[in-house]
Design a protein around this ligand. Structure first.
Ligand code: NDP
Length: 300
């Protein structure tokens, strides 16, 4: 079998197009422009790249983009004051604090200081609780993107056996909640799971969010299963020239694609969906803040 490739890049472009259409309608019919503020503390080069591309795509979708760059030694009190200001700014509907934060800042405290209604990353403890109890919440962007791709590929995933490898708060756990919400039978695997290969082999849907390059081989995959690879790992690639690198996921793409029914590539799979879902969450937050109908298909 050769797997169908789930093209996250094309799907994300479609989602961004839907977001842009909704933004145009919000402005024309209600005079409202959704606004997203991204706060970056320090100069982590990877975070810089993410923040720049988030800002660019926010503007391309017709929304207001605010980027706040703070020094690496910004105090917790000063950062909380910035967030407080954004919480009360009526032109800002989504707030994202780029992680990781410098070590002297308490990430939980900072994230939980964002107004839950503007928490477009879905990391605030209130949103975590709402998602866990099946209530309307802001949903973390990466798992939301995975869910959208699964729904698009399968129509319904109700009753399917899903295994999520990884139990982080930002990917693994919310992913499992979303799959449960869509009536999958969900197993969460992690570094202490016994017989991981056998656990994965039972799955109709495998979501790998481990952070270990190419860890899941093809012989762990049930023939015809759908494989969603969240991993982003940069490896040295001397064969491409001195100092060159390449991106790989958490699954071994070639061997898994030979067995799976469908698979997301890296790059071009889950990655592009994450920013698209950030934009979708900002529009959703804006609609909720103004008591307006939310765009269809852009939330869980
Ligand atoms: P974390 O490091 O926070 O979590 C990794 C999880 O994998 C942990 O639960 C850990 O288990 C588990 N794990 C580690 N080793 C093994 C193993 N040998 N067998 C089974 N489970 C194992 O990572 P994240 O969830 O933040 O990210 C996961 C991956 O997704 C990374 O590659 C990251 O770069 C990528 N990512 C991609 C995004 C995107 O936009 N595409 C967004 C966010 C992340 P335990 O809890 O027992 O330690």
């Amino acid at each position: 079998m050769t797997a169908t490739i789930i093209d996250g890049k094309a799907f994300a472009a479609r989602v961004r197009g839907q977001v842009a259409e909704h933004v145009t309608r919000l402005r024309a019919e209600h005079g409202i422009t959704p606004g997203l503020a991204v706060v970056l503390v320090g100069e982590d080069p990877a975070s810089e790249v993410y923040v720049r591309s988030k800002g660019k795509m926010t503007v391309e979708a017709g929304m207001k983009s605010v980027e706040l760059r703070l020094d690496a030694d910004t105090s917790e009190a000063d950062l909380l004051a910035v967030i407080d200001q954004l919480n009360t700014d009526p032109e800002i509907h989504g707030i994202l604090v780029q992680l990781p934060l410098p070590g002297h800042l308490n990430e939980d405290l900072v994230i939980n200081s964002i107004s839950p209604a503007k928490d477009v990353d879905g990391f605030h403890i209130s949103n975590v609780g709402l998602l866990g109890t099946g209530q309307k919440s802001m949903v973390p962007c990466t798992p939301l993107g995975c869910l959208m791709m699964l729904r698009d590929h399968h129509g319904s995933i109700s009753g399917m056996d899903a295994v999520v490898v990884g139990r982080s708060n930002i990917v693994g756990k919310p992913m499992a909640q979303l799959l449960l919400g869509d009536s999958c039978t969900v197993t969460i695997a992690h570094s202490r799971t016994k017989d991981l290969a056998d656990v994965v082999r039972r799955a109709d849907i495998v979501v790998a969010a481990v952070g270990r390059p190419e860890m899941v081989p093809g012989d762990w995959i049930k023939p015809g299963a759908t494989v969603i690879d969240v991993g982003i790992n940069r490896l040295d690639a001397p064969e491409r020239g001195a100092g060159k690198t390449r991106l790989v996921g958490d699954v071994h793409y070639e061997s898994c694609a030979a067995v799976a029914g469908a698979i997301t590539p890296v790059p071009g799979g889950v990655g592009p969906m994450t920013i698209a879902c950030l934009l979708a969450n900002t529009v959703t937050a804006c609609c909720r803040a103004n008591g307006l109908v939310e765009p269809e298909g852009l939330t869980a």
